[in-house]
Ligand binder design. Sequence first.
Ligand code: NAP
Length: 292
Amino acid sequence: MESRINGHTRLFALIGSPVGHSGSPAMHNYSFARRGIDAAYLAFDVPEERTADAVEALRTLHAGGFNVTMPCKTQTARLVDRLSPAAELIGACNTVVMEEDGTLTGHNTDGIGFVRNLKEHGVEVKGQRIVILGTGGAATAITVQAALDGAAQIAIFNRRGGSYSNGEKTVEKIRRAVPDISRVYIEDIHNRDALRAAIAGSDLLVNATSLGMCPMEDRTPVPAEYLHPGLAVADVVYNPRETRLLREAKEAGCRAAVDGTGMLLWQGAEAFRLFTGQEMPAEEVRERFFAE
Ligand code: NAP
């Protein structure tokens, strides 16, 4: 690594807190080396209230770009010069690119990564009826991207309170920005009749809540009897890799059961493409950093 660094090496970064556990530095530095790109990627622990300072510092240092993780994603979207259509709708960005003229463009690759990972598992979004559980950061990115990518119908479920109002805003934004979508609505996840009926009439179920994540791995957001063979099930949770929801989806004969690790890989691959204009060696990265 040290032998690659010289007076021209371009800085890329991750900001947010915590960042110590992040796989992004390893994934990007490996890919820079494999692609012969003179760049280095470092993670910086930045609390939310220092987001503006960090963005300004990276601007001053003329970094090539940076990723943003919680809790800095929303603030960053307000600080950059331009936003991609998806980042604008989501109201948060996880990838910022320094353009040639020094302007900062914010993107959100979480939804793109999620959809790409589905595609890798033979599951399409276009024309599909989708139930999305959750109204937090990951859920919003996925909901917006699914709408932009031509989902026929999206039903969002979350418990009332918490981020529910965020989901209501997402519904309104999608209705305005994607008028072709035949139906998008939000409902209380505790309304079991509505949830059961929505899943029965859907092609794809997405868990974008943290239910099922360690230490809640014994929990699932949906009773197993709601699952059916016509349904593909995807979970954003990647710890554990196989959540209770995915285990029960396999037992119910669901047509696909997709875990959250691929979303991590493909959101990073999309960021790499935006940073460098080149493809990340995704298969090598998967084998090296995401093998079971
Ligand atoms: P977030 O913004 O805090 O949203 C959390 C969501 O989970 C909200 O909808 C929340 O509902 C719901 N939730 C939390 N605890 C719950 C419970 N006990 N019962 C019912 N609902 C509950 O978090 P996030 O950033 O979206 O992350 C959500 C999950 O996605 C995490 O497990 C995270 O690791 C994962 N993730 C994965 C990737 C990937 O690349 N695979 C990327 C980003 C995130 P309330 O608003 O009602 O609390």
